[in-house]
Structure formats: C-alpha cells, structure tokens
Design a protein around this ligand. Structure first.
Ligand code: TMP
Length: 253
C-alpha cells in the first residue's frame, strides 16, 4: 500500500494512483476538521463509515443515471474512482434552514425553505471557501455557463433522490455539499459527480427527534459522532462483517 503514488492529500481523504490510467483510489481517513481547520481531530472508524455510506449512495446514483466518478468498492476504506478535473466550485443544496444560511440571513434553524436553494462556494482554503455567484464563476473562468447548468440540474436530481432515500429511513435531508469534475473522454468532456456524499458533507436530522446524525456533532462539540454515523449506516442497511445480513434500507413507518 505504501508504495502507491499519492496524487493528493486532503483533510479527510487521500487520492492514490489507480491500477489503470484514468483511475484513482480514494482513501477515507479518520481525520476531521471544521471551522476552516481551526478544529481538528481523529475519530476512529469515521473513514470506514464514510467510505461505506458514500459508496452506497454513489452506487444508487449511478443506477438512476446520475453520472459519478465511483467505479467500485476496494476495501473498507477505499474505492476505485474515475480521475476527473475538479471544478473549483462547491455546490450546496438546502431544503431546511441551518448552518451558515441561518447565521447569514437570520432564519431560524429548522425552518422549511420555500423551495430548494442552490448556492456556490469557491473552493479555496486560503479564502475560507467564500460564497460566490454565477457571475463570479463565469467571469473568473472557474466554470462555464453550460457546466453551471449541468451542476444545478444534477444537484436538484441528487437532492430529490436523496431526500426520498433518507425520508424512507426516518431521516430529514436538511442540506448537503457536493463537488463535480470534468471527465475527458476523447474529444468530449462532461460533468460528473465527484468527491463524496456522507454525514461529513450532509446535514441529516432524525425525523422524529430532530437529533443530528452528521458532522455538526463535531462542529458543535456534541459528541457521539461515530454512533450517529453508525445509525445512518445501520438504517441504510449497509452491512458490516459482524452484523446479521440485511438487504438495503429499512423503511421507517
Ligand atoms: P453551511 O451551512 O456551513 O454553509 O454548510 C452547508 C452544507 O455543506 C452542510 O451540509 C455542510 C456542508 N459543508 C461541507 O461539506 N464542507 C464545508 O466545508 C462546509 C462549509 C459545509
């Protein structure tokens, strides 16, 4: 493993060269950060849970025709992915007011939004990921108008799919952050979903109790992060070796 070439190391993941050209291995670490790196910790088992949850979600998205970088699972912490050129714009989709939207606009957390809202953030750690408009994105050449259209359309499809998936297991999808990449195929280039979708990148609240089942437990020093991520994985029906066999998500009535 250590002989593999490391292509990129982020806060929570490492990318290694893949077995074939155009592929990479995405490795999920136990490290976590918040408040633009001011808060850091290593939480044992988080990487395994995020890998399994993200792999499950990306597989389902591939099945419904949402193009993603996910190829196949490798092991508990790693997945084989397509190499893409990451578009430097994070896409946030919101259904319920929370986090920075509540702070910025003074809307009480938990308020249902009149419709799903899409926001863009410029992917720059030095600038603490500022929110940007489509005007900024196109003027500075981070992405084209066509790519923005594709990211918005895919973001809304992903939101509809995930909202239903989580609702079925008693979880409200409050908001989430996704990233897209350019996949070059001969003369063609298309926008596909990249990165991860996990409780690190979503707000997930229990429908009945409003308990937080996501990274806000770390951001807000609430504790119980692993237990919350395990609960999401358990409800999604993701198997672990020492658990009884189950098939797919368990419907919460
Ligand atoms: P926010 O309310 O802090 O702007 O976050 C919106 C959503 O985006 C929330 O689900 C958490 C996710 N997110 C990330 O995944 N990474 C980040 O760096 C930030 C700021 C938010």
């Amino acid at each position: 493993m250590s002989r593999r070439r490391r292509v990129f190391e982020g806060k929570a993941k490492v990318l290694y060269e893949g077995p074939e050209p155009g592929t990479l291995i995405q490795h999920f670490k136990d490290d976590t950060t918040a408040l633009n790196n001011q808060k850091q910790a290593t939480i044992e088992g988080k990487g395994v849970l995020n890998n399994r949850i993200s792999e499950f979600i990306f597989s389902r998205l591939n099945e419904i025709g949402v193009p993603t970088h996910f190829i196949r699972a490798i092991n508990m912490r790693e997945q084989l992915i397509r190499e893409v050129e990451i578009i430097p714009c994070e896409v946030v989709v919101r259904n319920v007011a929370a986090g920075s939207l509540s702070t910025r606009l003074g809307i009480e957390e938990g308020t249902l939004l009149p419709r799903s809202i899409i926001e863009f953030y410029y992917k720059s750690d030095e600038l603490s990921h500022p929110m940007v408009s489509e005007e900024h994105i196109t003027a500075f050449g981070w992405s084209t108008p066509q790519e923005i259209d594709d990211m918005m359309a895919l973001g809304l499809r992903i939101n509809d799919f995930l909202t239903g998936l989580f609702l079925g297991i008693g979880i409200r999808l409050v908001d989430f952050k996704i990233e897209f990449g350019r996949l070059y195929e001969g003369d063609m280039v298309r926008v596909i979903l990249a990165d991860e979708i996990s409780p690190d990148s979503c707000r997930l609240w229990d429908i009945r109790t409003n308990d937080k089942l996501d990274k806000d437990r770390f951001r807000r020093d609430m504790g119980g992060l692993i237990e919350a991520y395990q609960e999401v994985a358990r409800r999604l029906g993701i198997l672990f070796e020492n658990e009884p066999k189950r098939r797919g998500p368990t419907l919460v009535k």
